[in-house]
Design a protein around this ligand. Structure first.
Ligand code: AMP
Length: 396
């Protein structure tokens, strides 16, 4: 893998595509700096080795050119503090000021460019725009895994202007290595745990994973489409009728491949979609009319935990129930704890995708699993077996 570990940065100007798309409050204060902290090791390594660092990122979704609320200038003081140096800022990502400031940059210094998405050329993957960005530096580092599945100017197109001087930063390298540990090098028994609301967003992942895993655990809202496909009574639970056939086909495929699909045996049902609803625990295929399943039940928690704790490699994407509501969070928490136990026993555990990451953070368990992927959409596409433009551009 071409990473910053095998490049001589001495005296070089290095353009790093980072993911500084952080949440800001109405006073433009950063409310979660995880993404900034993630990029620090890459930046510091290059500075320490005598490189001058030029940072570029997007922030939010500006529609028509510059907008103050999406300006990266709001990040300058926080970033300066984290890096222990005074970060310079260019109020445009291309143009004279960016050029002059980049040219004057000395080894170890850091320049942050203004939001790339103030130009529509960025998301269009415009080549002339990518070329202008490339002229600011001698080398290109992609460290923005969260946008690796997009063929944008700064994430993919730009790489061609650095045929011998392009590489991955540590965030990218770690994400790729961690996901490969599951999908390419995963030790058996390999178990994938899928949950979340819908089958529709996950069907390609299910199909791709069936070729790789020994066990597939299905919870969350998506379980009811499978239960209905098996002839169960699902009440008013979330069911995607148009995907019942697809669910059935996945179960047939699993059978042919010798993959065991674990579906819940019991479920916590509610008489409305609310934390203060009346609840009961019932067999999963006997949900009365007017009731909906919002979590897995205690018997299922036990079965799922046993499978998880006896696995050597695990991938978890999607909560087991409506974990945002305290009364339907137990299944998700139990699965998170089972992953922690598996990790303690030596399993490799990867947690990825928005809501499972939110869940693992909510229970403060992020340091007790092997890796928490921040990639979201990029991670899912990588698992589906798709080629990510941001990765391909560096590897080609
Ligand atoms: P996703 O974005 O597909 O991973 O879905 C995450 C969402 O699924 C969360 O907001 C959960 O509240 C929701 N979810 C999980 N289980 C259920 C369920 N049984 N019924 C409805 N929504 C659910």
């Amino acid at each position: 893998m071409k990473t910053i570990d095998n490049y001589n940065f001495h005296g070089k100007k290095v353009l790093i595509r980072v993911d500084f798309n952080v949440p800001l409050n109405d006073k433009f204060e950063i409310t979660d700096d995880t993404r900034i902290r993630a990029a620090i090791p890459t930046i510091q390594k290059i500075r320490k080795e005598g490189g001058a660092v030029i940072l570029m990122s997007h922030l939010g979704r500006p529609k028509n050119g510059p907008e103050d609320k999406f300006s990266l200038k709001h990040l300058v003081s926080h970033l300066s503090e984290k890096l222990g140096t005074s970060v310079q800022f260019a109020d445009d990502c291309i143009g004279n000021q960016a050029k002059e400031k980049a040219a004057a940059l000395k080894p170890g210094e850091v320049l942050l460019l203004e939001n790339l998405r103030f130009y529509k050329e960025e998301t269009k993957g415009d080549e002339a725009f990518a070329q202008k960005l490339s002229q600011l530096a001698d080398a290109y580092v992609n460290d923005a895994f969260g946008t690796a599945h997009r063929a944008h100017a700064s994430t993919a197109v730009i790489a061609k202007f650095f045929p011998n001087d392009k590489m991955f930063g540590y965030v990218m390298a770690n994400e790729i290595k961690s996901i490969n540990k599951v999908v390419k090098e995963g030790k058996s028994p390999l178990t994938a745990i899928l949950g979340g609301a819908k089958v529709s967003g996950k069907i390609e992942i299910i199909n791709h994973l069936l070729d790789k895993v020994d066990n597939l655990i299905i919870g969350g809202g998506m379980m009811f489409t499978f239960i209905k496909a098996l002839g169960g009574k699902t009440g008013s639970s979330l069911v995607e009728d148009d995907l019942i056939e697809t669910a059935r086909a996945a179960m047939v495929k699993a059978d042919e491949l010798g993959v065991t699909i674990y579906l819940p045996s019991d479920t916590v049902i509610a008489d409305k979609f609310s934390n203060d609803a009346n609840t009961q625990t019932v067999p999963v295929s006997k949900i009365p009319d007017g009731w909906m399943g919002l979590d897995i039940g205690p018997e299922t928690e036990k079965t799922f935990s046993e499978v998880i704790e006896n696995s050597a490699t695990l991938l978890w994407n999607g909560p087991m129930g409506v974990f945002e509501m305290e009364n339907f969070a137990k299944g998700t928490k139990t699965v998170a704890m089972a992953l922690v136990k598996a990790t303690e026993k030596g399993a490799y555990t990867l947690v990825g995708g928005g809501d499972s990451v939110a869940a693992i953070n909510k229970y403060n368990l992020q340091d007790k699993v092997s890796y928490v992927s921040t990639g979201g959409g990029a991670m899912l596409e990588y698992i589906e077996g798709k080629e990510l433009p941001g990765i391909a551009a560096i590897e080609s």
